[in-house]
Ligand binder design. Structure first.
Ligand SMILES: [Zn+2]
Length: 415
């Protein structure tokens, strides 16, 4: 076999091996953060990269760093994504990027043509998905100084297990820290624009702004039969109105140029009994847009609706934690470098925006960052049917290899 064929075979073989951890009957994976399935995937990844000469370290919140030293003492070019998944998630979300990063690093190290200026680190960020422990992008948020480590370590899952306990149970916690000069990430698009436009590679220009809120609707527990309608303070009714209001805000505030996307992704009813009017509902609502002014207007309308719902349905709505990510551009020089690499490889590419959050959303705030996408069939994601073809995955690894080799040679940032 030629070197190229060997590399192709080995990436796909490794991808298939990786996809067996936490595999679900529907063809997806369930690897929520710091569960045993996540721990198994992390250990498998450690074995894989150690076999290629990497050294593996963990920081205080379980971020996993695979280090490849090319220039002793030099700062690192980091390539990352995440191996954790949603419950009944897809095989590609995050995991593709971590494995692609490892293969790109291995290829760059074996094919070095010029004197490298940097070392390479492949990072598996802890808890990007934010389902077992909230919020999402937890590991990269601590790494970039947005959330204190102590707060994350004390965060508990619904059964009361803390992040610290869960990480200790899978043995992937340490005290490492890394000196990063630039960050690269490749991910599946999770949208359909590349597929619709017949492109293989998306060069991500900017993130959408996203405001995420934890709301609590407070009512009064009562008998579902014996309590007169006029006397009710039905938390479930108020929460349902809020879910509908969020959709109406998206419909009313989207413009031809700037879409607004809203969602309620989690909804917990108390006491959730057949003959009890709900006393409380906890729900999460998020509002996103590509444009800061459109997002602000939609957000203000959502909060105005909250007040109206309180009055109309005789409930009280409190707002708990909120997480705000402003719409922000990626590094323009990085975008140009990635475009030139894609052209050199003859890969059809275009500029896109990301609707979803990624660890690069955090990293771009502290170092120059390049974000790349490969297509998602029909835009399906956070779903067992998520799919990216072998050819598209391999094209992404080729592009990432080219970008990494030029960044390591000093074409993007200086040591
Ligand atoms: Zn992801």
């Amino acid at each position: 076999m030629t070197t190229q064929t060997l590399q192709t075979t080995s990436f796909l073989t490794d991808f298939r091996s990786m996809s067996t951890f936490g595999a679900t009957p529907g063809g997806g994976v369930d690897r929520q953060a710091a569960t045993s399935a996540d721990g198994q995937t992390r250990n498998w990844f450690r074995g894989l990269v150690e076999g290629h000469g990497f050294e593996v370290r963990y920081d205080q919140v379980g971020n996993q760093f695979a280090l490849l030293e090319l220039v002793p003492g030099a700062p690192y070019i980091a390539i990352g994504s995440h191996l954790d998944s949603q419950p009944l998630g897809g095989r590609f979300d995050g995991a593709y990027g971590v494995l692609a990063g490892a293969h790109a690093a291995i290829r760059v190290a074996s094919l070095l043509t010029s004197e490298p200026q940097f070392n390479i680190a492949v990072i598996n960020w802890f808890n990007e998905e934010g389902c077992r422990f909230k919020p999402s992008m937890m590991g990269s948020s601590v790494f970039t100084g947005k959330i204190p480590a102590e707060q994350v370590l004390a965060t508990t899952d619904p059964s009361g297990t803390s992040v610290r306990e869960a990480l200790e149970a899978i043995g992937t916690i340490g005290d490492f820290s890394l000196d990063v000069a630039a960050y690269l990430e490749i991910h599946i698009e999770q949208g359909r624009s590349l597929e619709d436009d017949g492109l293989t590679i998306g060069l991500v220009e900017s993130t959408w702004g996203a405001n995420k809120y934890e709301f609590v609707v407070h009512g009064e527990q009562a008998h579902t039969g014996a309590t007169l309608i006029a006397d009710r303070q039905d938390a479930l009714l108020g929460a349902s109105a809020l879910v509908v209001a969020a959709r109406e805000v998206a419909d009313d505030y989207s413009t031809d140029e700037h879409m607004v996307i809203t969602s309620c992704g989690e909804f917990n009813v108390f006491p959730n009994s057949p003959v009890v009017v709900a006393s409380r509902v906890n729900l999460l609502v998020d509002v996103r847009s590509t444009d800061a002014a459109v997002l602000a207007a939609a957000d203000a309308e959502l909060h105005r609706r909250v007040s109206l719902i309180e009055q109309r349905f005789n409930v009280r709505i409190s707002q708990g934690a909120s997480h705000i990510w402003a719409s922000k551009a990626y590094d323009a020089a990085g975008l140009a470098l990635a475009a030139s690499c894609a052209s050199a490889l003859g890969l059809p590419h275009g500029v896109v925006r990301t609707l979803a959050g990624h660890d690069s959303t955090n990293m771009k705030d502290i170092v120059p960052t390049i974000m790349l996408f490969v297509p998602s069939a029909e835009g399906i994601s956070h779903n067992e049917r998520e799919f990216t073809s072998d050819a598209d995955m391999l094209a992404g690894v080729d592009l990432l290899t080219e970008v990494v080799s030029r960044v390591v040679a000093g074409e993007f940032v200086q040591p």
